[in-house]
Design a protein around this ligand. Structure first.
Ligand code: KIV
Length: 349
C-alpha cells in the first residue's frame, strides 16, 4: 500500500510536467497552413491548402483545353504524395493502378483489387481538395458488362471519394463508358499502351506506329469521345500520331510517352521523383525530375549513424525536465519496498 501511495505522489508530481511537455509547440502557423491535430503522425490540416485557388473542375479543364494551356496530371497513391502533387499545383491527380507496382511491390497491375484502389483513393482524397481527382478502375472491375463497370465506378466515387474514374480500352469499352458517363460520373479513357492488357499486346510496346495501328488508335479515340469521356490518356504513341489524334478530338488528350503536342501530360510520381534505386529500369519517356532515393537514403543512413553514436536525440529533441521532480522520483523508487521486477498485480494487492 505504501508503494502505491508513493507512486500516486510521483504521478501527481510528474503529470503537470508531462502535460506541459506534450502540449503543441505553437510557433506562429503560416497563414496558409493551419495545424489542427497534434500527433506527429497525424496529417497536416489541408483546410487551407488550396491557397485561395479555386478547385479544378471539369469546366476548368475544358477551359484550359480550349485556351490551349497544357493540363498537368500526376499520380498519387497516398496522403503525402497527393498533398505534394496538389501543393506543386497539379491540375489533376490520378490514383493510377500503377499502385500495384510502385507502392505494393507487385509485378504488374493485374493483381491490384478494387478494394485496394479504393483505400488508396480515400487517402488521396483527404489531401486533394483543389486538384481534380481521377480513380483508376483496376483490371477485372469493369470488363464484364457496362453494369459491372458502373457498379465499380460508383464505388470509386462513393467509397474512394474520387471525382471521376479512368478505365483502359477504346471502341470495345464504349458501352461501359456510356453507361458510366450517362450516370453522371466523369470518365477519363486510356488508349494506346494499356498496361492491364500487356499480355495481349505482347508486352509494353509502342502503339499506333503502323498505319493500321494508328487508324485503330484514331477509331478508339473517336469512340471514347463519342461515348462521353471528358479526356483520354494516350500512352506510348509516336508524337506525330498523338498530335494528329489530339487535333481530331474535341476532348483533351493526356499524354504519357506521346510527345509534347498532347493537351496535357501525366507521369507516375514515384518514377519522376526517382524514388527507386538508380539502376532500376525506367521507360524511355520518364524524365527523373528529382532523386528522392538519394536524398532519402542519405538521411536514413545519417539517422542510423546518429542513433548508433547517441548524438540523436540531442538536447533540442527532448522534453524539458524538472530537476526537483527527477530527484523526488529517484528517491521514491530507491526507497520503494517493491522490487523493480515485482509484477504490477503484486503492487495492486
Ligand atoms: O496507373 C497509372 O499510373 C496510369 C498512368 C501511367 C497513366 O494509368
Amino acid at each position: 500500500m505504501a508503494s502505491i501511495t508513493r507512486l500516486n505522489q510521483i504521478t501527481r508530481l510528474t503529470r503537470p510536467l508531462l502535460q506541459d511537455a506534450c502540449r503543441p509547440v505553437t510557433s506562429a502557423p503560416s497563414p496558409q497552413w493551419q495545424q489542427i491535430r497534434w500527433s506527429s503522425h497525424a496529417p497536416t490540416s489541408v483546410a487551407l491548402a488550396t491557397r485561395g485557388q479555386k478547385p479544378v473542375t471539369i469546366q476548368t479543364l475544358q477551359k484550359m483545353y480550349t485556351e490551349n494551356k497544357p493540363i498537368t496530371m500526376l499520380t498519387a497513391h497516398n496522403f503525402p504524395s497527393a498533398l505534394m502533387a496538389q501543393e506543386a499545383g497539379m491540375d489533376m491527380i490520378l490514383v493510377g493502378d500503377s499502385l500495384a507496382m510502385v507502392s505494393l511491390g507487385l509485378n504488374d497491375t493485374s493483381e491490384v483489387t478494387l478494394d485496394e484502389m479504393i483505400m488508396s483513393a480515400r487517402a488521396v482524397h483527404r489531401a486533394a481538395n483543389r486538384s481534380f481527382t481521377v480513380g483508376d478502375l483496376p483490371m477485372g472491375s469493369y470488363e464484364i458488362s457496362p453494369e459491372q463497370a458502373l457498379t465499380s465506378a460508383i464505388r470509386m466515387i462513393k467509397e474512394g471519394r474520387m471525382q471521376s474514374v479512368k478505365l483502359e480500352g477504346g471502341a470495345e469499352m464504349a458501352p461501359a463508358i456510356k453507361k458510366i458517363t450517362t450516370a453522371g460520373i466523369p470518365l477519363c479513357a486510356h488508349i494506346g499502351l494499356t498496361p492491364q492488357r500487356q499480355h495481349a499486346l505482347g508486352g509494353f510496346r509502342v502503339q499506333g506506329n503502323t498505319l493500321d495501328k494508328a487508324m485503330s488508335l484514331f477509331r478508339d479515340a473517336k469512340a471514347v469521345e463519342e461515348a462521353g469521356a471528358f479526356a483520354v490518356v494516350l500512352e506510348c504513341v509516336p508524337p506525330d500520331i498523338a498530335e494528329e489524334v489530339t487535333k481530331a478530338l474535341k476532348i483533351p488528350t493526356i499524354g504519357i510517352g506521346a510527345g509534347n503536342k498532347t493537351s496535357g501530360q501525366v507521369l507516375v510520381q514515384i518514377d519522376m521523383l526517382g524514388v527507386r534505386p538508380p539502376d532500376s529500369f525506367m521507360p524511355k519517356f520518364v524524365k527523373q525530375f528529382g532523386s528522392i532515393w538519394d536524398t532519402g537514403l542519405a538521411a536514413i543512413k545519417q539517422y542510423k549513424d546518429e542513433v548508433s553514436d547517441r548524438s540523436y536525440p540531442s538536447a533540442s529533441h527532448v522534453y524539458k525536465s524538472d530537476a526537483k521532480v527527477t530527484e523526488a522520483f529517484k528517491q521514491a523508487i530507491q526507497s520503494s519496498e517493491a522490487p523493480a521486477s515485482q509484477p504490477v498485480e503484486a503492487l495492486k494487492a
